[in-house]
Ligand binder design. Sequence first.
Ligand code: SF4
Ligand code: SF4
Length: 687
Amino acid sequence: MIKQIIFLITLLITLGVFGWTTRRIYSYIKLTKPFPIKDYGKRFALMMKVAIGQSKIFRFPFVGLLHALVFWGFLVILVGSIEMIIDGLFGTDRVLSFLGVFYDIITASGDVFALIIAIAILAFLFRRIFMHIKRFSGVEMEHKSHYDANIALTIILLLMLSLLGMNTYYLVLHSEHSVGCFPVSHLLSQYIVGGNNVYYWHEFYWWAHILLIFLFANILPYSKHFHVFMSVPNVFLSRLEPLGYLYNMPDITNEVKLMMDPNTAFSEPAEGGEEVSRFGVKDIEDVTWKNYLDSLTCTECGRCTSVCPANITGKKLSPRKIIMDVRARMKEKGPGLVKLGKDFDDRKALINDYISPEELWACTTCNACAQECPVNINHPSLIVDLRRYLVMEESAGPGELNATFTNIENNGAPWQFSPEDRMLWAEGLEVPIMSDKLAKEEKPEYLFWVGSAGAFDDRYKKVSREFVKILDYLKIDYAVLGTEETDSGDVARRAGNEMLFQMQAMMNIEILNGYEVKKIITCCPHDYNTLLNEYPDFDGNYEVIHHSQFLQRFIADGKISITDGAFKDKKITFHDPCYLGRANDEYKAPRDVLNAIPSTKVEMRRNKSFALCCGAGGGQMFKEAEKGDKEIFIERTEEAIETGADIICTACPFCMVMMTDGIKYKNKEEEMKNYDIAELVSMTIGL
Ligand code: SF4
Ligand code: SF4
């Protein structure tokens, strides 16, 4: 009875402290902005795959396996912990043993997992203390972070050792009539000599184990190991949209509609009836509750930072730091806001005092960080939200980007070209124009979306020309918008100018819908992503096809047959465009096309979802890169050169500019060429 009373008091203290912590976190969550959650079925599937199945952790197989075993072990051992709480409260002994064979399975797997977890934790501690793992360091990783991680790992190790100790002494104590199955402890028990002290050893380990659980539960919320609790719900609540999608800002939509047509604007200020006080994120009360939850879930593993092209090339940006800064800022400002309300001002902000504009402007929105994060945190969307504040509230974007915005606004393209010149790329070719088709009462099957780069960039104009030759060769019924086409708005949106993006989107959609366009083909993965994923928010719903997918389809149908051996002796490496690959999960189409071209194919060290960005996305193409050790395009070109390839094949206008510059920079113009996938196909079918 005394044991039960002591247990009850300990449990109540644990629950009390945990409840206090939870209440405090909830009070901070209430300070944040809404984030819509729907599609619970899809979320459940995602949670089973990413959180329970640990699918992202396995991207690095060895460490991934160790981590997954620890996680699965925890789930099994959790059942045993629940049993201990029931036993502690009611004075029972192994109360779940009535489950019979299931109990044997649970106890056996818990016992084996305890040993596996102990070994894995020793390996993790060894790596942290004795090996210099780059991703565990960084400006954001203060001494406290390492200390904190080592303490949590040590507690887990002690938890496992106490569990094995408890099971071992249980077997010795109840040698004749023990219940459950404990293979590891059974082996250990062979080395224990029975006697009076066995009972006390069993009690010691029992109490040590349960007290460590209680201690761990209350330490976790203050450490990076809070992810032990948070990772499953955080993955469940994470976004379901493709990585390339950026959330719409309904309040901006209202403003843009007002500007474009004062009669059509609606009066609700924002989703959920929220009063709009600020565009974008300046400080902690501007983030969504999901952003804050992400910051609490972050394991500080550094997987995001280790794949970030900006960080790899020595720029200040570290996606892990951005997430950790959200947590730190809430810790600093949250108590004041809770106490004094939203007028509380400590004269600091998330931007500038925690995250510098230099960090924000170094991001290429390549999504490598989001792809890698094991708890599905999406860094680029938060970075863009912070940029939105800088651009729309402070007009504090880099000068070159401001000039780009002006060009898009005035010329419908990021460069200083007249919109009237938008069809010059097609000179000498007979390219059908949508308005002419309409005049003849014809409705072409496809719209070829040329894109700003396809129409104005000197090198990419050649790709547009080759691609329309393929369309003609295939006798495709298509047309282009001609001078009615204007920039998709991709650059403006990712550079934080949501207002300009929405204006571009709405103008284009009005024209596309006016022509009743159903299917769009484009060579630009950025426009592909925007038209496919983002235009539907503004009633622009189309079947959008990237030209690599289009070519793949016609090669598979046998309508493009490549017999030419022009590249037979050449080695080709494919550079995955971020907005086709990670953003939209398309890795196969370009490879299928290349595989149809007689030649040798070689992959770069980082390929498919691991591919390194070329450095042009997120507006980078139109501005100077932030200070670092190296330009991203040079790093990527070096990787291509390492393969010994003769040709870097790209499938994106931005990648083409960067790779061509990289080849020039490395003085490899003689040995190495850069072609778009459409050019390779066009050359091999003799167009
Ligand atoms: S999106 Fe790319 S560049 Fe931006 S933080 Fe993530 S990994 Fe770095
Ligand atoms: S954001 Fe994700 S990948 Fe980055 S450190 Fe945190 S948990 Fe790891």
